[in-house]
Ligand binder design. Structure first.
Ligand code: FES
Length: 288
């Protein structure tokens, strides 16, 4: 048995310890953002990994530490797990120095994920701002891979500038799909290279006709300003608070409800979230 396999088997005995996973590809995204494709070394870890859109993993860089990262790939495409990471701290900076083929640690998945069973048979409206596309991408591809289970699928994605758009080539392909209504925007386009809309993400609602709030689930992910203005817009359109889903990822450490780092009011983001309805969120202190 190889040393890595022995280590992986030993680690698997402890739920707080990660499984070894290999970085099989790294795809640069926007500045300070990379997509890491990772695969478990141990087939038992790979076989037992069952995620839902909206869940996260704890990723560790050996010798440095670990951090929570949303899963960007859908559970409909098992095997390789995609993690879109922004370089913001010690662990992500160390991760950015890892070359393809190096080993990292992975444990999870954690969190509640989107209530996809309840969402089936409804229209889906996904609204992402900036890095918010990373967790929403898992839900988007889940819906596209199970297209018959949903009615309209609509994606509204906005960034500040074109060079901040994540999954740029993929987005160009999504715009042309006939089974998806995909609208992209940037706030400003200083180099005049952007072929889509200009303006804040809420302006994209002008291009979506016939939204029925009684049969639509809206999933939002982005910086606080996106939540504020998109929720306002959805309430104006008579969406009920229970049909507005928000991804609130707060200072998660253990991922399993033990360390208290992620508590918002009486809820633990790692267990009760990170997906909350707006109804839940307005009852949580400091949630948005
Ligand atoms: S991350 Fe430790 S309790 Fe939630």
């Amino acid at each position: 048995m190889l040393r890595d396999q022995r280590l992986s088997y030993r680690l698997a005995k402890n739920p707080y310890q990660p499984h070894l996973a290999r970085i099989v590809a790294i795809k640069p995204q926007a500045r300070d953002h990379k997509l890491f494709q990772v695969r478990f070394e141990d087939h038992r870890a790979a076989d037992s990994f069952r995620s839902k859109p909206g869940q996260f993993v704890e990723l560790s860089v050996i010798g440095t530490g670990e951090c929570p990262i949303s899963i960007s790939s859908p559970p409909t495409r098992p095997g390789v797990i995609e993690l879109c990471v922004r370089r913001v701290g010690r662990v992500t900076s160390a991760l950015f120095k890892q070359p393809t083929n190096s080993l990292v640690g992975l444990r999870g998945p954690y969190g509640n994920g989107y209530p996809v069973e309840k969402m089936e048979g409804n229209d889906l409206l996904l609204v992402a701002g900036g890095l918010g596309m990373a967790p929403l991408r898992s839900l988007l591809w889940f819906a596209l891979d199970n297209r018959a289970d949903f009615n309209r699928v609509i994606l509204l994605y906005g960034c500040h500038q074109p060079n901040e758009v994540l999954f740029r080539d993929e987005m160009a392909g999504l715009v042309t799909r006939e089974d998806l209504e995909c609208h992209l925007t940037v706030d400003t386009d200083p180099d005049k290279i952007w072929p889509y809309h200009i303006g804040v993400v809420t302006r994209l609602f002008d291009h979506v006709g016939g939204l029925n709030p009684a049969t639509t689930y809206a999933a939002i992910c982005g910086p606080p300003v996106v939540y504020k203005f998109v929720v306002e817009k959805l309430l104006e359109l008579n969406f009920s608070k229970g049909r507005i889903l928000m991804s609130l990822e707060r200072m998660m450490k253990c991922g399993v409800g033990k360390c208290l780092h992620c508590s918002i009011g009486h809820k633990y983001t790692c267990l009760d979230g990170p997906i909350f309805t707006y109804w839940d969120a307005i009852n949580l202190r400091e949630s948005i």
